[in-house]
Design a protein around this ligand. Structure first.
Ligand SMILES: [Zn+2]
Length: 322
């Protein structure tokens, strides 16, 4: 049994995954704000899963944490987790000391990529994809890459940070210091900035207004969809992943979002035989709304087949079980 936690800005998902990769138990907790509260939330999540499963903490094969921010996977240190209320926290060491065992820490989007890959290859019904990208459309925009079955972090952990590819030289200033980044036009924060409303879910208000014919809303919606499609194109053109799986808060827009992104990709293919040959529209999928990708991925971060590896086929799953 493996244990994974996805520590989000408001909620923390905790799951237990058995040796076949199936989620056997899960709980959801409110995430505390600030360093001490985040550590307490993580410990609470571990204790709750241990209690539900009846597996003592030392007996989990691995315990992994997915967390927003910049993560040093060798030490478990985390930086710039603004939404969690800290700038630097030794998450791995703190949890390791409290639990008396090794705890792996991974960036939440990278962990979700592992979880999405797992869903596609091991838990999913379809043919195994060897390489996938997970495109997270949350407050920000970022991707995680699993290439030939391995999580690809890059030389400095920046692989997949496509939200900071500038797409508009005249665009607004991004938090990263550049101008007109993809994230400034295709993310939850992009919608909130451009479409001010009382609705706690600005995307919902934006889409309703666009549906009613508000020209400003229509323009913002169009910019959003075009640039999500652009993110898919960037991912396929740089690493030629078989599938781009869209997750994160905006993926709750569901089939409507998927249809719109595919419509844009198809329209580009009409203009470009090159893009047409790549079949972009057929490569996009949604992560099921109820699938806790980052928590499952975090559980798999400590898999014994290698750092950041998950079993790549049924033989490796069988090997895992021994
Ligand atoms: Zn940026």
């Amino acid at each position: 049994m493996r244990l994974g936690l996805d520590i989000g800005g408001t909620k923390t998902d905790a799951v237990a995954v058995d040796h076949t990769g199936v989620i056997v138990d899960r709980v959801r907790l409110a995430t505390g704000f600030g360093p001490e509260a985040v550590i307490a939330t993580a410990l609470d999540g571990v204790a709750r899963i241990a209690e539900i499963t009846g597996v003592p903490v030392p007996e989990f094969e691995s315990i992994g944490i997915g967390i927003p921010g910049q993560v040093d996977v060798t030490t478990g240190s985390v930086w710039h987790a603004v939404n969690l209320g800290f700038d630097e926290l030794d998450v791995g060491r703190r949890l390791g000391e409290a639990l008396g065992r090794d705890v792996k820490v991974e960036n939440d989007v990278k962990a979700a990529a592992l979880g999405a890959y797992h869903l596609m290859t091991v838990a999913g019904p379809g043919p195994a994809a060897r390489s996938i990208a997970y495109l997270n459309l949350g407050t920000g925009l970022a991707a995680g890459l699993v290439i030939d079955g391995r999580l690809w972090r890059g030389a400095r952990g920046a692989a997949g940070e496509i939200g900071h590819i500038p797409v508009d030289p005249n665009g607004v200033l991004c938090a990263c210091g550049q101008r007109g980044c993809l994230e400034t036009v295709a993310s939850g924060s992009a919608i909130a900035r451009q479409w001010v409303s009382d609705d706690p879910i600005p995307a919902r208000s934006l889409l309703a207004a666009a549906e009613a014919g508000d020209p400003e809303a229509v323009a913002i919606r169009s910019l959003l969809i075009d640039n999500i499609a652009a993110a898919v194109r960037v991912l396929v053109l740089t690493v030629d992943v078989e599938v781009v799986m869209i997750g994160g808060g905006l993926s709750n827009l569901g089939e409507w979002l998927l249809d719109e992104v595919r419509r844009v990709l198809t329209s580009w293919a009409v203009e470009s035989p090159f893009l047409a040959s790549l079949g972009l529209d057929a490569r996009v999928q949604l992560v099921p709304v109820d699938f806790p990708a980052a928590a499952v991925g975090a559980a798999l971060v400590g898999a014994p087949t290698g750092a950041g590896a998950v079993p790549q086929n049924q033989e490796e799953v069988a090997a895992w079980q021994k």
